[in-house]
Ligand binder design. Structure first.
Ligand SMILES: C[S@@+](CC[C@H](N)C(=O)[O-])C[C@H]1O[C@@H](n2cnc3c(N)ncnc32)[C@H](O)[C@@H]1O
Length: 225
């Protein structure tokens, strides 16, 4: 099988093509992705078939007993699909039409939307937002503030933003992540080293962070972000 070209990986259709035109050269993930959605997803299927629990993210999210979850940067929807199986109402958003294609094929009943996390307006809040699989470090550098402000706008009062990402030299630091989150009105609530709640140790290579929206307005609702 030959490797599909970037153009072949992009998907067809008007809305997809417009998003691609807007984000092609300005989104780190679209520049760096080297695989298809189906191939990406198949690695998790293989690990599950070998007996590995590949649903640590969904299990972690369920600790907060949400009735609704935004899977932000859902990709192939592997986390959102598992949450939907656990009777959570899920909306998934991603700007990559190829990855979303896999999500739509594998779970046609879930609401998968093509959109940019920095600007998408879903018109409703969620009990929890999950950004799994390094979404934060695949954002275009410099857009993290806009993305977190928009995520804060989509959280119910008391709702939680959950993000897991690798800590690598030259990429987003935890200090910067906390600073941006606090600026949008989200308070640090928990930090772990893994999705199965191994204790966080300073200097670790991966962190799962939980920030909680207060019960008042998010700063972004009042123009303060
Ligand atoms: C490594 S994948 C993770 C996918 C999925 N969350 C998972 O855990 O399997 C990172 C995803 O973030 C998405 N992404 C990056 N920047 C985005 C943005 N500004 N808006 C929406 N999605 C974005 C990419 O398109 C990609 O699907």
């Amino acid at each position: 099988m030959t490797t599909p070209s970037r153009e072949e990986l992009r998907g067809e259709g008007g809305a997809h093509r417009i998003i691609d035109m807007m984000t092609d050269e300005v989104n780190r993930w679209l520049r760096e992705r080297t695989t298809t959605g189906d191939v990406y997803d198949a690695t998790y299927d293989r690990r599950a078939a070998a007996g590995e629990d590949v649903h640590g993210e969904a299990t972690f999210v369920m600790r907060f007993s949400p009735t609704s979850v935004l899977d932000a940067g859902c990709g192939t929807g592997r986390v959102g699909r598992q949450l939907a199986r656990r009777n959570v109402e899920v909306v998934g958003v991603d700007l990559d039409a190829e990855m979303l294609g896999t999500a739509r094929r594998k779970a046609p009943d879930v609401d998968w939307q093509l959109g940019d996390l920095s600007t998408v307006d879903l018109g409703r809040p969620f009990d929890a937002i999950v950004m799994a699989g390094n979404v934060m470090i695949f954002l275009e550098p410099g857009t993290e503030g806009a993305v977190l402000a928009n995520m804060a706008r989509h959280l119910s009062p008391g709702g939680v933003l959950i993000a897991g990402f690798q800590l690598q030299p030259g990429r987003l630091t935890l200090g910067r992540y906390d600073e941006i989150a606090v600026a949008t009105g989200l308070a640090p609530a928990e930090r772990w080293a893994t999705w199965d709640c191994a204790p966080w140790v300073a200097g670790g290579a991966y962190a799962v962070s939980v920030h909680r929206r207060g019960c008042g307005l998010a700063k972004s609702d009042t123009g303060g972000a």
